[in-house]
Design a protein around this ligand. Sequence first.
Ligand code: MTE
Length: 338
Amino acid sequence: MLINIAKPSDLTEADVTPESIYLSRRRFMGGVVGLGAGLTLSNPTHANADYSDVPQGDSPAWLKEKISGTEWRAITPDDPDKDKIAPYDDASNYNNFYEFGTGKTDPARRAGSLRTEPWSVVIDGEVNNGGRFALEDIAKPSQFEERIYRLRCVEAWSMVIPWLGIPLADIIQRAEPTSKAKYVRFETLVDPEQMPGQRSSFSLIDWPYVEGLRLDEAMHPLTLLAMGMYGRELPNQNGAPLRLVVPWKYGFKSIKSIVRITLVEEQPVNSWQLIAPNEYGFYANVNPEVDHPRWSQATERRLPNSLFSPNTIDTLMFNGYADEVAELYAGLDLKANY
Ligand code: MTE
């Protein structure tokens, strides 16, 4: 995969986007946006992307406005045969969101009860500029971007999903971390009235669902705070109104419906690590050479698939983002730090 740092004048949207997508996007963008400096990929492969059939949700006016101003700075997976964007129906009906049940179709059936507006996020801990912020105010100063990423679940299935959002680094910079800040800890909403999975007495998870990143991972330009996908706001089952997306890590790191972001000194313990520390670690980097104790991580089922067409593909180191992120782990034993 090839990623350039482009000057704003170097590329236009059309340079990184096949014409069919470019045209369909222009329909709801209402204009062409040049690419800004930052990560860009000059390797367009998504001729199958067309969001014109994707049902539009009921997002607040400020979010509609942010989405319409999106810069299509896609980070495009590079295999034109394997890395096709999953149909919206698959991405929004095959989910893991234990707050709404443990079945893959539970979130789509039950997450309608989540009220995502108004929404606020507490940013606290080792920061000089913390507080409780309305989601709108978190989003407002940042440019929305589209990022087409592979999502590789630890359960060995994967999809390619086009996210919309802002770099997490923007939020962290604005919070002004102190010199003690070494990690970022995230929490999902706890509200059993809205989240039926939190009412279940069989739940393994000690709510809230918690995740964490090292500060340099959190600041990495690939790390996204998503507020939308497929050219629209996030459906509730995908973690509305705010979720993390860390494309080189197993999907469980991509925490949904975030209400708190805390800069901390010590490495946080994430929910899955707490439940089964021998199976799920803090790092959770996609790694075909380190198997889960109960199954191989060497291959994955790329969705959509079927019984007759299992669509099994090789799993790539760091989910295919090694050129961008491997240096974060130089000298780290990836077998011990799974
Ligand atoms: N976040 C919360 N709060 N609760 C969850 O159960 N599941 C994780 C992650 N984020 C989860 C979560 C797992 S295991 C995966 S694979 C991804 O969300 C799935 O994201 P998707 O449903 O949008 O594909």
